[in-house]
Design a binder for this molecule. Structure first.
Ligand code: ATP
Ligand code: MG
Length: 359
């Protein structure tokens, strides 16, 4: 691809918090799209290590290991450093500059209404003792995104409130500091002189994949999450996958193969629908499960095969990168240098718009 063509490609930004390894939820929610969109977009993938401190400031070694894990996962799933930029949040200081400025554009009560923040406080058991920095992280995320002025942001459903706030900050900044009219359409902001695009959210084919654990007290299945001990990781070996599937939550009322089973709200079938390439079998087997004419063992065995087929090539590629850690870290260093150039250029433009350039 020629340089000019590359420069003309629209930009894409997204990322992950290094609180563990990538799992199937990341795959269907966002990572699959990232791999597919690499040719059409100038892609930036952020490892949000500052944000990892919001819930585990007491565990720096763990965060360090997770940064390496996420980096290995990116390369193993097929994020190609020749086409895409992978970078580390804490080494791009313009992101912190922008976080501070943007925090002035978000009313505090607005932040506290963010439903994802409420869900995370509940599901991660943060109680009343969450840090001030935890509340700040969605603002940090606004800065992570807008610093790259991307057109699209591929994420899972839980990120929609954060993306809505990102869109609000972009509009507000453009109106306050760039003279964009308050009635301007979102898509016209850049043409009207706005600095920041009102970004588009791109959801994956499964917006919120559930985990393999029990439902919560209200009877809702929790999302698969690195922090909730309910994930199947893209680096799990076949034995681990088999163990997790065999002991996963299914319909608790179905005690034997001849009992009628419920397909709805049942991770066994949610996973078959999301990952099994043989959807004709899935439709037929779901019917038999409802009627009580198919055993759990057969359905789980199929699911194990499907997941091993998906994950094993990723795990094998990961092993190769694990044995070349120096090369892998060099990819992060180079990506971070490139990201720094882009983000500091944006921060400078933002400061110019805010009349804060003096020398
Ligand atoms: P943590 O438990 O630390 O919050 P996480 O598993 O939620 O970790 P994140 O790093 O917060 O992962 O999310 C990275 C991206 O993956 C986000 O775009 C998020 O929406 C998406 N994602 C995470 N989990 C899922 C899921 N279960 N289904 C769909 N998308 C998901
Ligand atoms: Mg999360």
């Amino acid at each position: 691809m020629t340089k000019i063509k590359e420069l003309m490609k629209p930009r894409l930004l997204t990322g992950d918090t290094p609180t563990g390894r990538l799992h199937l939820g990341h795959w269907v929610g966002s990572v699959e799209n990232r791999v597919l969109l690499q040719d059409d977009y100038d892609c930036y993938f952020l490892i949000a290590n500052i944000h990892a401190f919001t819930t585990r400031a007491d565990r720096p070694e763990e965060i360090h290991q997770s940064v390496v894990d996420i980096l290995l996962d990116y390369l193993a799933v097929g994020i190609d450093p020749k086409r895409s930029t992978i970078f580390l949040q804490s080494e791009v200081s313009a992101l912190s500059d922008l976080t501070y400025f943007f925090s002035m554009l978000i009313p505090f009560p607005r932040l506290m209404r963010n439903p994802t923040i409420k869900d995370e406080i509940r599901d991660k058991g943060l109680g009343d003792n969450y840090s001030f920095g935890f509340l700040l992280y969605p603002v940090g995320q606004v800065a992570d995104i807008l610093a790259f002025r991307p057109q699209i942001v591929p994420v899972g459903e839980d990120q929609i409130p954060h993306l809505e706030m990102t869109r609000e900050v972009a509009r507000r900044f453009n109106q306050l500091y760039c003279g964009v009219d308050s009635h301007a359409e979102d898509q016209d902001h850049l043409a009207l002189g706005g600095l920041f695009p009102v970004v588009e959210v791109k959801l994956g084919r499964s917006r919120r994949l559930v985990g393999i654990g029990q439902p919560n007290a209200e009877g809702n299945l929790l999302k698969m999450s690195k922090s909730l001990n309910n994930a199947i990781f893209l680096s799990d070996d076949p034995d681990t996958i088999a163990k997790k599937i065999k002991s996963m939550y299914t319909d608790p009322k179905r005690l034997k193969a001849t009992d009628k089973g419920s397909v709805e709200n049942n991770p066994l079938w949610i996973f078959h629908e999301a990952f099994n390439p043989d959807q004709a079998w899935v439709t037929e087997a779901e019917q038999r499960y409802r009627e009580g004419t198919i055993g759990d063992v057969e359905c789980k065995k199929r699911l194990i095969e499907v997941l091993v087929d998906l994950i094993e090539p990723i795990r094998q590629r990961r092993l190769v990168y694990e044995n070349n850690l120096d090369q892998v870290l060099a990819i992060l260093r180079e990506g971070t240098a490139k990201a720094n150039d882009v983000a500091s250029a944006t921060a400078k433009l933002a400061k110019a718009a805010m009349k804060q350039l003096y020398f």
